[in-house]
Design a protein around this ligand. Structure first.
Ligand SMILES: Nc1ncnc2c1ncn2[C@@H]1O[C@H](COP(=O)(O)OP(=O)(O)OP(=O)(O)O)[C@@H](O)[C@H]1O
Length: 312
């Protein structure tokens, strides 16, 4: 699958002026200038990896900007730490598998971003191998990671991940949303009100992890531009994944059943219920003096772009 070239050009036409202004800007006194951090977030199966590849290719080849990318999926804790986390939190459904805030290695993220401005240290782009341990996954050996030699300065780093752009909430807000969700549960084939699936304390625990992510590498001060692959109908997230698994079944005769897809996607729904509103309101806030941009790219059920909205 390739994203239509005109979609990539259109999205880049919004971002390039911000990159240009970053290129011209001076770093704070005593600091080395860091690359422009372009974040890309999106719902499960919205096409984050596909969009990331296309953007990285266009930035490198057409716009001659040295660009690399890092996926949040490559920052997962190593296998034994994931197992330990699961065992230490046996009743917490959010920590049964990798995915949620709390299952990533923030120290690894910070050391990656620090290395980008360190002129004496190579940058290594982490890789997580999802096929290891029957699909539970483990970190790939460091010698297989892409290495950027020290002193080779990158212009742009694309950080892609499903919970990039989410910002932690006050505990009372989580509690209120959790209580409201229990009053609004309706039976649906593709449920979008699922907070009641989880204990409040487990949602709060994930929220604390998210706060730590934002403080260390993922919050507004760490990013320069955010592209958000969104949709007007959250049930599309179920449809996208069902389409993907059906395609897999045709090619490889394997893939999740529709019921398994619903269970899988449902696991991500609580985070959407908690954090999407704020992201849609504006990740960087609406301070006109802040020179950071956000672009909402609205996709339909076939993942065609039906609208783009720039927040300034
Ligand atoms: N615009 C599109 N139209 C149709 N199919 C697409 C589109 N973009 C991506 N796909 C297909 O959808 C599937 C998921 O894409 P991709 O892996 O890029 O999404 P993702 O958001 O990174 O997924 P995940 O959330 O599972 O990490 C792939 O099979 C991909 O080929």
């Amino acid at each position: 699958m390739t994203i239509p070239r005109q979609n990539i050009s259109q999205v880049l036409s919004y971002i390039l002026p911000y990159i240009e202004s970053h290129t011209k800007s001076e770093p704070p006194p005593g600091e080395t200038k860091r690359p422009f951090i372009l974040a890309l977030t999106g719902l499960q199966g919205s096409g984050k990896s596909t969009w990331t590849s296309a953007l990285v290719q266009a930035l490198n080849e057409k716009h001659k900007l040295r660009t690399i990318n890092l996926s949040l999926d490559d920052l997962y804790l190593d296998h034994e730490d994931l197992v330990q986390l699961r065992n230490d939190n046996a009743s917490n459904k959010l920590l049964k598998t990798r995915g949620q805030p709390g299952t990533h290695d923030t120290a690894l993220a910070v050391s990656f971003f620090d290395s980008l401005t360190n002129t004496t240290e190579d940058t290594l782009i982490p890789v997580f191998d999802k096929s290891k341990f029957n699909g539970e996954g483990a970190r790939a050996p460091r010698q297989t990671w892409t290495r950027i030699p020290a002193g080779e300065v990158m212009d742009v780093v694309v950080l892609e991940g499903w919970c990039v752009g989410f910002q932690s909430l006050e505990e009372q807000t989580i509690q209120k949303k959790w209580e409201d969700a229990q009053k609004n549960v309706t039976k649906s084939e593709y449920p979008i009100v699922t907070l009641g699936d989880h204990k409040l304390e487990h949602l709060v625990q994930a929220n604390d992890s998210l706060r730590h992510y934002c403080d260390s590498f993922m919050g507004p001060r760490h990013l320069d531009f955010l592209v958000h692959l969104d949709t007007n109908d959250l049930t599309n997230v179920y449809q996208w994944r069902i389409q993907q698994e059906h395609a897999l079944r045709e090619i490889k005769n394997e893939g999740m059943t529709d019921e398994q897809v619903v269970d899988f996607v449902r696991g991500y729904m609580p985070a959407y219920e908690l954090y999407l509103d704020h992201l849609r309101d504006g990740f960087f806030g609406l301070d006109p003096t802040v020179e950071k941009g956000q672009l909402r790219v609205v996709l339909d059920r076939e993942r065609r772009v039906v609208d783009t909205v720039l927040y300034k």
